[in-house]
Ligand binder design. Structure first.
Ligand SMILES: Cc1cc2nc3c(=O)[nH]c(=O)nc-3n(C[C@H](O)[C@H](O)[C@H](O)COP(=O)(O)OP(=O)(O)OC[C@H]3O[C@@H](n4cnc5c(N)ncnc54)[C@H](O)[C@@H]3O)c2cc1C
Length: 491
């Protein structure tokens, strides 16, 4: 365990003087690069040619895609009688979600590999990317020219398509919102094979309806995403806190403070947590540098836990944090989720389903204390990841109850083995889902969703979504989002 970061450093970099129990350290913010440099700019892959369209979108600008793979495939599907629904052809085991959609076997798979970064416009501060470009790839390019995404979900394998159509979050979300809120434009191939671009001003209904729709309004073929200047280091402060009330109060304060570029918390038990706040900086004191990505370093949550005295928590790989294991085999971890999914058998999958929880529940900050208490009663999984985010008003599936006001929410992530004796995957998750609905929260859709259809549409606002599905001919082309993500649709 690297204790060097436990020394207070250069307080002037952060405005308020940290309380005496707060520790600080620098972390290298450049991510492990899967791919170096910019790939060929294949702008010609998107062929823009005018064509009439049947769409009735306001100010619509649709273009024929017959010269491009997605458009050709959709036209082909229509020509063949459009008998089944369509879905992306990406194999289920490649996605980060631990579940695989059964629909991949029955729907028409549209196999397109669009994984390029098309353009970086530093004047407009926007990057335009194709849907299969992933966070590792986008970061490798942007960092090399001094930029980054303002919300950078931390797994390299997460794709732009998945983060737009599902959702994405990171510890800067208390300032910028979810991944969808840093997107300024989407380009979609719709059910009739046409290409449409949507933004806040242009085809605004579609722009609002796309996030969380899981590919049931159309295929995403490109997204324009905001970028911000990057610095080399993240200076982190660790504040260990005892007492649930104190934790929730301090976490809410830190999240509301926009001087913090990053805020996240790790809850180690009902009454102990470490709240982390961070800023980006160009300079780091060499003796305070903690390169957490090195293969022999302890798991990050174990490192953070060292700031709490006497806490304890469990490992996903029980022996993984052993120093000998880390020195010898640490370079092999974390394993690729896709590799685990591809190689696990049905028995292992069922064991995970019954004895393991992987859930992210998004609740208003004002209900954080009640939510942690409820998580403790229903599943008792620690550590919990706490990630604040700003939810602006909107008309799509996810927005605050008060339509006109932004609200601070928090993502509570529970990943591990439940310690309650009465745990039963379906019943326990349903209890949590009900709590989340009652406080006007949301469940991330990559996880096991046990709600029935009525409960699902009580949690999510379906008004705009259903209107667009009818207008854009989606009902014949794509399943309803509930039918794609509910428990019975995935294994
Ligand atoms: C172990 C684990 C760790 C995670 N860690 C994080 C994290 O650190 N940060 C975070 O923000 N989230 C995290 N998540 C949640 C994750 O963001 C979502 O599951 C996300 O949607 C997955 O992205 P993906 O690239 O795997 O997309 P997929 O699962 O492939 O796609 C998600 C949905 O979008 C649809 N879709 C994808 N591409 C397109 C397209 N081009 N056109 C139309 N529809 C499309 C798919 O059909 C699917 O319904 C995690 C999830 C798990 C299981």
């Amino acid at each position: 365990m690297d204790k060097r970061t436990a020394e207070p450093i250069k307080k002037s970099l952060l405005a308020p003087h940290p309380p005496s129990n707060v520790s600080e350290g620098y972390h290298f913010s450049l991510r492990v690069c899967l791919q170096e440099g910019m790939r060929d700019r294949k702008r010609d892959r998107i062929a823009w040619c005018e064509s009439p369209s049947a769409l009735r979108l306001a100010n619509q600008q649709t273009r024929s895609l017959s010269a491009t793979p997605y458009g050709r495939a959709v036209c082909e599907w229509r020509k063949n009688g459009s008998g089944t629904y369509m879905c992306t052809g990406r194999p289920g085991w490649l996605t980060v979600s631990l579940r695989v959609g059964k629909y991949k076997k029955t729907h028409k798979n549209i196999m397109i590999n669009m994984m390029d970064i098309l353009e970086v416009d530093t004047k407009r501060q926007v990057v335009r990317v194709e849907p299969l470009a992933n966070m590792g790839q986008v970061t490798a390019l942007l960092n090399s020219i001094g930029w980054t995404l303002p919300v950078l979900p931390e797994l390299d394998d997460l794709t732009v398509g998945g983060l737009v159509m599902g959702t994405g979050i990171e510890s800067s979300s208390h300032v910028y919102g979810l991944f969808q809120h840093i997107c300024v434009a989407y380009e979609l191939v719709l059910a009739d094979g046409s290409l449409v671009r949507c933004t806040e001003e242009e085809n605004s209904d579609l722009f609002h309806a796309v996030p969380w729709s899981c590919g049931t309004l159309g295929f995403l073929v490109a997204a324009e995403i905001k970028i911000v200047p990057a610095r080399s280091w993240v200076k982190l402060r660790y504040e260990p806190i005892r007492g649930l009330e104190n934790i929730c109060r301090r976490f809410a304060e830190a999240s509301a403070d926009k001087r913090n570029t990053f805020v996240e918390g790790i809850q180690y038990s009902l009454d102990s947590a470490v709240v982390m706040t961070g800023t980006m900086t160009d300079h780091a004191e060499p003796d305070k540098i903690n390169r957490i990505g090195l293969h022999f370093k302890p798991w990050f949550f174990k490192h953070v836990e060292s700031y709490l005295r006497g806490g304890h928590s469990g490992d996903i790989i029980p022996f993984g944090n052993n120093p000998v294991f880390r020195w010898l085999f640490g370079w092999m971890v974390p394993p690729k989720i896709s590799l685990l999914k591809l190689t696990q058998g049905e028995t292992i999958r069922r064991l995970y389903e019954q004895h393991h929880v992987v859930q992210d529940m998004l609740v208003p900050m004002k209900h954080l204390q009640a939510a942690i208490t409820r998580f403790h009663q229903e599943i008792n999984v620690y550590p919990l990841w706490l990630c604040p985010f700003l939810l602006p008003p909107g008309r799509g599936m996810v927005h605050p109850k008060a339509q006109q006001e932004e609200e601070l929410y928090v993502d509570i992530g529970a990943y591990g083995e439940p310690k309650v004796k009465h745990f039963e995957a379906k019943a326990s998750t349903r209890q949590l889902e009900k709590f989340v609905r009652d406080v006007h929260g949301f469940q991330m859709l990559y996880a096991d969703v046990y709600m029935d259809r009525e409960e699902f549409w009580e949690m999510f606002d379906g008004q705009l979504y259903h209107k667009l599905r009818a207008e854009l001919g989606c009902k014949e082309a794509f399943p309803e989002v509930y039918d794609k993500i509910c428990k019975s649709a995935r294994h």
